[in-house]
Design a protein around this ligand. Structure first.
Ligand code: NAI
Length: 462
């Protein structure tokens, strides 16, 4: 039995970042992880591997569709899928080994195995019980399938299975037009699959700015993805490595069936707290199975904290990371804080989609007077030079004070561009502050400045 200041349970982006910050703040820290590699869902079966496949398949798309136009002639590359998966696995290995290195560097003990909390102040891993002044639950989330649909990770897969298919399917049906469905649907479309996305709601990407969602669907449609909206999937039947997906159209209750070689179920995720013993410990949970925490990530049980996908809020790696750093500070007696109003969201398709803060819909609902500054990438020289001039930047600012309230970008590099606005919002900037900041030419970021100019006297290039 060892004794620690802090034991973090789970080594995903929330947990490992928390452990590192705890150690940096001088706390004796251990992190429990049962997987063979550190990094959690994000590094092993989520964000990072999917980005490797998105990158490789994007380059294939460029070779097939744009190289000749740029004067690059020759045979387009063909897909060696096992090699692409090996590349993805190598990327995973580099990243998870990197976390192992950081643990060693910061003298964090990796307690290998699945942890539970038999009583406050104690964490059990295998047969060993360790003591800790503070315990942080950072156990993340797992895919939540639909009732009656069995995930076999071959014909019917979730995001994990979709990253390790044995071959590129001829026809893929994606259930759910959320982030996972669209990112992985894009990958397989580019690799040659016919991809049909079935979505319950009447628009893709629930919660996104409506204008962005509409533009995004149009662009993805041009790339060859097909969408069936307003359709509730009822069942998926499998026989001899094929699947039949049955859905009901909400507008008239009519039932339809589509065939698929692979069905990707991407209908959301749910908090994962199985086996921790939280209910015996008396930890309060929400109705949706999230661990209840106060403003300092403390549960109702003294010394037990929780962060990331296991608690309320957007299920995003960077939200978990921020909470991990903040709770470490709280445990170390400092003032940890997360600004939940400035958490960007990015969809890593091509083009990327990024957002932060309010949407027009949330502002209307709140009855807040706002103005819109919009600029299309068609007016951005750099975007045209690289044949990525689709999309726009939209900045929402307070009508009276000009303070930036939100930003929505669909276009090249959106996932990086959004951070200029995140910083602006953290500093309480006005759109004019962004508009008066010199932006290098020619960069995509000029489109952000032009959108900020559009909140005032108007953009130059449109
Ligand atoms: P999601 O919540 O983003 O989307 C699920 C979609 O499935 C919704 O549009 C919903 O209406 C639809 N749906 C639910 N039941 C249905 C039914 N019976 N028939 C048809 N459609 C149905 O969930 P997703 O994409 O699985 O992602 C899970 C979580 O992981 C999200 O919180 C997401 O933010 C996060 N994530 C974030 C990434 C990023 O930041 N780039 C990448 C991957 C995941």
């Amino acid at each position: 039995m060892a004794s620690y200041d802090v034991i973090v349970i789970g080594a995903g982006p929330g947990g490992y970042v928390c452990a590192i910050r705890c150690a940096q703040l001088g706390l004796k820290t251990a992190c429990v992880e049962g997987r063979d590699a550190l990094g959690g869902t994000c590094l092993n079966i989520g964000c990072i591997p999917s980005k490797a496949l998105l990158h490789a398949s994007h380059l294939l798309h460029e070779a097939e569709h744009n190289f000749a136009k740029m004067g690059l002639k020759g045979k387009a590359p063909s897909v060696d899928f096992p090699q692409m998966l090996a590349y993805k696995d190598d990327v995973i290995g580099q990243n998870t080994k990197g976390i192992e290195f950081l643990f060693k560097k910061n003298k964090i003990d990796w307690l290998k195995g699945w942890g539970s909390i038999p009583e406050a102040g104690k964490v059990k891993v295998g047969d060993e019980v360790h003591e800790a002044r503070a315990i942080v639950v950072a156990t993340g989330s797992v895919p939540s399938s639909l009732p009656g649909i069995e995930i076999d990770q071959k014909t019917v897969v979730d995001s994990e299975g979709a990253l390790s298919l044995s071959k590129v399917p001829k026809k893929m049906v994606v259930i759910g037009a959320g982030v996972i469905g669209l990112e992985l649907g894009s990958v397989y479309k580019r690799l040659g699959s016919e991809v049909e996305v079935i979505e319950y709601l009447d628009e893709i990407t629930p919660g996104a700015d409506a204008e962005v969602a509409k533009t995004f669907r149009r662009i993805l449609g041009k790339q060859g993805l097909s969408f069936t909206l307003g359709a509730a999937v009822q069942s998926v039947e499998t026989a001899r490595n094929k699947a039949k997906v049955t859905y009901k159209l909400r507008k008239d209750d009519s039932e339809h069936t589509v065939d698929a070689d692979v069905v990707l179920v991407a209908t959301g995720r749910k908090p994962y707290t199985d086996g921790l013993g939280l209910s015996d410990l008396g930890v309060e949970m929400t109705e949706r199975g999230q661990v209840k925490t106060d403003a300092h990530w403390a549960t109702n049980v003294k010394g037990v904290y929780a962060i990331g996908d296991a608690i309320v809020g957007p299920m995003l790696a960077h939200k978990a990371e921020d909470e991990g750093m903040a709770v470490a500070e709280v445990i170390a007696g400092k003032a940890g804080h997360v600004n939940y109003g400035v958490i960007p969201g990015v969809i890593y398709t091509m083009p990327e989609v990024a957002s932060v803060g309010e949407t027009e819909e949330t502002l209307k609902k709140a009855g807040r007077a706002y103005k819109v500054g919009k600029f299309p990438f068609m007016g951005n020289a750099r975007a045209k030079a690289v044949m990525q001039a689709e999309g726009f930047v939209k900045i929402l600012a307070d009508k009276d004070t000009d303070r930036v309230l939100g930003c929505h970008i669909i276009g090249p590099g959106a996932g990086d561009l959004i951070h200029e606005i995140c910083v602006a919002m953290e500093f309480g900037a006005a759109a004019e502050d962004v508009a008066l900041t010199c932006h290098a030419h020619p960069t995509f970021s000029e489109a952000v400045r032009e959108a900020a100019l559009a909140c005032g006297d108007g953009p130059i290039h449109s």
